[in-house]
Design a protein around this ligand. Sequence first.
Ligand SMILES: NC(=O)c1ccc[n+]([C@@H]2O[C@H](COP(=O)([O-])OP(=O)(O)OC[C@H]3O[C@@H](n4cnc5c(N)ncnc54)[C@H](OP(=O)(O)O)[C@@H]3O)[C@@H](O)[C@H]2O)c1
Length: 291
Amino acid sequence: MNIQGKVALITGASRGIGRAIALELAQLGMKRLILVARDRHKLAEVAQQIESMGVETTILSLDLANSVNINIAIAQLWRNDGPIDLLVNCAGVAYQNTFLQSKLPQVQEELSVNLMGMYTLTSLIARRMASQRQGTIVNVSSLMGKVAAPTMATYSATKFAIIGFTQALRQELAPHNIRVIALLPTLTDTDMVRDLQLFRWVVPMTPEKVAQVLVAGLEKNTPEILVGWQSHLAVWCQRLSPWLLEQILQLATPGTKQPQDSLIKSFRAKIHRFGDWLLSGNMASLVSARK
Ligand SMILES: NC(=O)c1ccc[n+]([C@@H]2O[C@H](COP(=O)([O-])OP(=O)(O)OC[C@H]3O[C@@H](n4cnc5c(N)ncnc54)[C@H](OP(=O)(O)O)[C@@H]3O)[C@@H](O)[C@H]2O)c1
């Protein structure tokens, strides 16, 4: 996608990854950025930074959990602003809890912001893109949309759903010349993860790096953009050996103070079995099958 001179709407633009994406797109020569989130004050700060780069901005202070408000805001936007070339659905919330202790209001918030908010906004903007016969939609999922993690059941469920939503829309909207892409960041150093107990051994990325990977993926027309080597490793590990990934996730999950002896013993036994399986010639047949 050629970014120069285009108009983008970015949700979650007040902070974190959405803000970094807005700043990256501004640097690359977008004509106008429409910045969406609830916190008008923070949006105004981001808008000021962007306007100092010579890029026009519009602020939309909007609660994406409220579909009526989304409809009203987008109707106003069509009256005052021109067409949108790029939609980045980045706003999201995450709560961490064991499933048995999960709290219904938090579950509902995750479902309404991460899924229904994205759905409502996308349906309004995609219709307009279809009549323009061009557009690009980026849905921000997560590595947890490929590899579900204990203590994040609802969040993982919403991020898996975003991958499915994106795959279906990609096929449906292609005849209208609309591209639909999923972005899958791994752990990123933002407000979202400040209150979470982090999974062991995962090294956080910066939001700026995530934004750069997105732009590179947009240029290469990548349909699913994985961010960072840890994501690629986890997804490959899940394809080749899902049980191994499950064991690693169990050991990495916060709250498991020390890996228990029994867990380590079963992990070792499975590693041995995996080694035996490889040595028994299965690896050679796997490699020749791939050729
Ligand atoms: N951080 C990570 O490790 C990570 C990893 C993978 C994927 N992601 C995904 O990346 C996206 C951005 O996350 P982040 O880390 O940048 O989180 P963040 O720093 O907490 O930012 C979340 C953004 O979403 C907006 N938002 C939250 N609830 C909203 C609502 N009801 N209505 C409108 N806007 C709302 C927030 O703005 P206001 O509070 O001003 O409304 C803020 O701009 C999310 O979809 C997240 O799932 C994050």
